[in-house]
Design a protein around this ligand. Structure first.
Ligand SMILES: Nc1ncnc2c1ncn2[C@@H]1O[C@H](COP(=O)(O)OP(=O)(O)OP(=O)(O)O)[C@@H](O)[C@H]1O
Ligand SMILES: NC(=O)c1ccc[n+]([C@@H]2O[C@H](CO)[C@@H](O)[C@H]2O)c1
Length: 202
């Protein structure tokens, strides 16, 4: 069986931290990071506010991201091998006879407003933190393209609010997590929820 866990949420909410923690305990598990699908810098539109519009779906190659997730669905074992993930077991089985549980974690800040991707996700989580906490955490980060002064208030946070509102209209079936909780309690909450869901399916 194949199962796709989605870890969405605000920038600096702790998505990558939680994903890495889950990866440690889940066997046969691969990951797809949305940040790997940003378009090249020269293809990012500049808004009326003068800032590069990174926090929009248009800044991402979402077709490529969906194709990557579909490649995993098609053959998780081949995906693991071709993405340098150590596969559990040695032989490559026919995908049709491979009955083990395979898990994919899809992690990113804009997962739930793009229906072709949403349709592939089995269990959706969303991490939120308040404005001040988010601004503080973000100010300590170094992105490949550093944030110009004023970007957070002019672009990042307004886009987050816009996308969150759109997400709430599109799909109510999302488990909300408080990103101010400790790393360990976030992990436990998600791990237990996943186990609970898998128990109903296996
Ligand atoms: N539960 C937590 N409590 C406090 N700080 C946390 C927690 N989880 C992560 N952090 C810290 O918050 C920052 C952002 O974490 P992380 O990189 O996991 O977030 P993210 O959501 O993947 O961010 P982005 O996608 O915007 O890069 C890091 O400095 C990390 O150490
Ligand atoms: N990864 C990148 O290329 C990149 C460049 C500029 C900005 N960002 C920020 O990443 C966050 C999502 O993780 C978004 O808030 C982007 O602003 C990423």
């Amino acid at each position: 069986m194949k199962f796709i866990i989605a870890i969405g949420g605000v920038t600096n909410g702790g998505k990558t931290t939680l994903t890495n923690r889950l990866m440690k305990v889940l066997s046969n598990c691969c990951v797809v990071h949305q940040d790997d699908f940003f378009k090249p810098q020269d293809q990012i539109a500049i808004g009326a506010d003068g800032f590069k519009q990174y926090d929009t779906l248009e800044a991402l190659d979402m077709e490529a991201m969906v194709a990557t997730v579909r490649a995993w669905v098609e053959n998780p074992r081949k995906f693991a091998l071709s993405h340098g993930v150590e596969a559990t077991g040695t032989e490559i089985e026919d995908k049709d006879t491979d009955s083990r549980l395979h898990i994919l974690i899809v992690e990113g800040f804009l997962l739930y407003t793009y229906p072709p991707l949403m349709d592939l996700l089995d269990q959706k989580f969303f991490i939120s933190i308040p404005y001040q906490e988010c601004k503080l955490r973000r100010s300590t980060r170094n992105y490949t393209v550093p944030d110009p002064p004023g970007l957070f208030d002019a672009h990042v946070w307004p886009m987050y609010l816009k996308n969150r509102a759109q997400m709430n209209v599109l799909d109510a079936n999302i488990v909300h997590l408080d990103g101010r909780s400790s790393r360990e309690s976030l992990f436990t909450e998600v791990f237990n929820a996943v186990q609970e869901r898998l128990n109903t399916l296996l």
